[in-house]
Design a protein around this ligand. Sequence first.
Ligand SMILES: [Zn+2]
Ligand SMILES: [Zn+2]
Length: 157
Amino acid sequence: MSAQISTNASIELLKIQFADFLKKKMYRNTQERFLVLERLAELDKHFSADELYIIINSTGLKISRATIYSTLDLLTRCNIITKHRFQGESAHFELSSRKPNHDHLICVECGHIIEFNEEQLYNIGKNVCNKFDFIPMKYSMQIFGVCKDINTCEFNK
Ligand SMILES: [Zn+2]
Ligand SMILES: [Zn+2]
């Protein structure tokens, strides 16, 4: 089953969720914030704030870097998107509903990201939480390394 969110109906649901959050927290409900959400919801990958800025502005829309940064911050706070810190790099984001509970392998040379889902790892995490009477809220596992195949590693090209 694909968890990909790309249908208009799903995007509408995300917009309702975002509008509720903005209202509850008394933030301004601006059209620009919703345009940012619409554009990023169409991406089926990780992206940095700068990459999103370039993608959005290349479509002819004029949205400032500051608006993109602040909107990403708000969307992270209401869990519509998930923020990843892949080592020294700038933060990467992805739609939370894109692929629930997946983990990442990150090449420290070329930045290539491989996504995987090993239920066993996830279950080990749950068992550890049970053992320590701890309620998990977020689960994240990152393995840093290098691409074995130098032909697929951008750094080696
Ligand atoms: Zn991912
Ligand atoms: Zn690589």
